[in-house]
Write a protein that binds this ligand. Structure first.
Ligand code: ZN
Length: 430
């Protein structure tokens, strides 16, 4: 065919990815080497959230589901965006010839059509779900368009099983330009004969809402102090137990470049060791290692079945020899004793900012989201290793509640940074 079609998209405002402050706009260029019959030129903005769930996976209640359900994979597709604009013939002409597929003869030359799409605030599928359909958004009030996810993965070139399972869920946004040529309707035996289609994927990350949410995330008054305790107590002698505690106000969310241990940062700057009773002075207790992980839990849903992918990302590991001065313990009203562990005074921890390297996990930046069929959630996990009387190694583990992870920095939002590819990513334990 002597016609070519080209799609050019305007770059996003932050030059990295599209957000709610962008409009998806661009130009479709049709080049004809000789006169041609053209029915129409369309541009389509599509967004989908797709999952595949394999047999042997577990249901929402934790039971093995493949006892009842037949083997085989099940799929789920939700349409997030489906907007179409007809670029040629122009709208007034199209209306006048309504229903007619009679083509227009176009002369040899170059034809340019501009377009723009508003990004919808909510997924399109929400309004068309059957009433009884269970989705991850069924009980949610605040629903917003989700970010791109696993959209840069080439499924044909996956050699690693973890990555294979991880990429069974995908959120893709794509703009298509379509040129319909020829004289009549599509031929049933060769439907693509009279069509030329080009498309481009766009990376969309709505980590901050266009209006209001930023203020909600940063309330005027300080949020309440929350206490996160270690799962198990450590035994220091026959009658004395201790647990580690994090007391924090801002562990419900984390933005890129947020400080994690710095004094008054509200995350891991207030860590305590709490003793069940007054600790005797003859115990030699030392903090010898601190490790902070980010746990990622990605869950896919299809026809009532789910599967989960759990990954651990190491954010910090610091060896030290910090003696706990037991005579400095404070008595609490309930009769226990507490000792503040000043992790903010450990220089490397004090300087640590969240996701400084803008890490990509299997191609995805770090952010949390929920769609009808995909959940990506995070928790922090803090390990403290202790030496007791010079030998015995004890460990406490503190797991936070779910934390909303944002890939943008609150400080840099107005002036996006230049990203660098040669920075080292954090160590990754699978
Ligand atoms: Zn849906």
């Amino acid at each position: 065919m002597s016609a070519t079609i080209e799609l050019i998209l305007s770059p996003p405002y932050n030059e990295q990815f599209y957000t709610f402050r962008d409009i998806i706009s661009g130009t479709v260029i049709i080049t004809l080497e000789k006169p041609l019959s053209v029915q129409k030129v369309d541009v389509i903005f599509m967004g989908t959230s797709e999952t595949v769930v394999r047999p042997g996976d577990y249901g929402e209640n934790g039971t093995l589901t493949n006892i009842q359900t037949p083997p085989g994979e099940v799929r789920s597709d939700h349409v997030l965006v489906n907007s179409k604009q007809q670029l040629f013939p122009p709208e007034n002409v199209a209306n006048a010839i309504q229903g007619s597929t009679k083509p227009f003869k176009l002369e040899r030359g170059k034809y340019e059509y501009t377009f723009s799409f508003q990004i919808p605030k909510k997924p399109k599928c929400i309004s068309t779900h059957p009433k009884k359909l269970f989705t991850f958004l069924s009980d949610k009030e605040f629903i917003t368009l989700p970010p791109s996810f696993n959209n840069s993965v080439d499924r044909r070139n996956i050699s690693n099983l973890d990555t294979y399972f991880y990429t069974l869920g995908q959120i893709e946004y794509r703009v298509y330009a379509k040129l319909f040529t020829g004289k009549g309707k599509d031929s049933w035996f060769n439907p693509f004969k009279n069509k030329k289609i080009v498309s481009k994927a766009i990376e969309f990350i709505p980590s901050l809402m266009p209006n209001g949410e930023r203020e909600e995330l940063l309330p005027e008054t300080a949020p309440p102090l929350k206490t996160y305790s270690s799962k198990f107590n450590i035994l220091l002698n026959d009658s004395l137990e201790a647990r580690a505690e994090v007391r924090a106000r801002t562990l419900n969310s984390v933005f890129r470049l947020d400080y994690l241990f710095k004094t008054h940062c509200g995350k891991f700057d207030e860590v305590y060791l709490v003793f069940s009773d007054r600790p005797p002075p003859n115990i030699d207790l030392r903090l010898v290692r601190v490790q902070l992980n980010l746990l990622e839990m990605v869950t896919y849903l299809a026809t009532g079945r789910t599967n989960a992918n759990i990954n651990s990302l190491r954010l910090a590991q610091q060896y030290m020899d910090l003696p706990i001065i037991l005579s400095h313990c404070r008595r609490k009203p309930d009769g226990s004793y507490e000792y503040p562990i000043h992790l903010d005074r450990v220089e490397n921890l004090n300087l640590l900012q969240f996701n400084q390297e803008d890490y990509r996990h299997k191609g995805n930046r770090l952010y949390s989201f929920t769609t009808c069929n995909i959940k990506r959630k995070y928790k922090f996990q803090l390990f403290l290793d202790w030496n007791l009387n010079g030998k015995k190694m004890l460990q406490t583990e503190i797991l936070t509640n779910y934390v909303n992870v944002f890939c943008e920095s609150l400080k840099l939002l107005e002036h996006p940074p230049q990203y660098s590819d040669d920075e080292l990513p954090p160590q990754y334990d699978s």
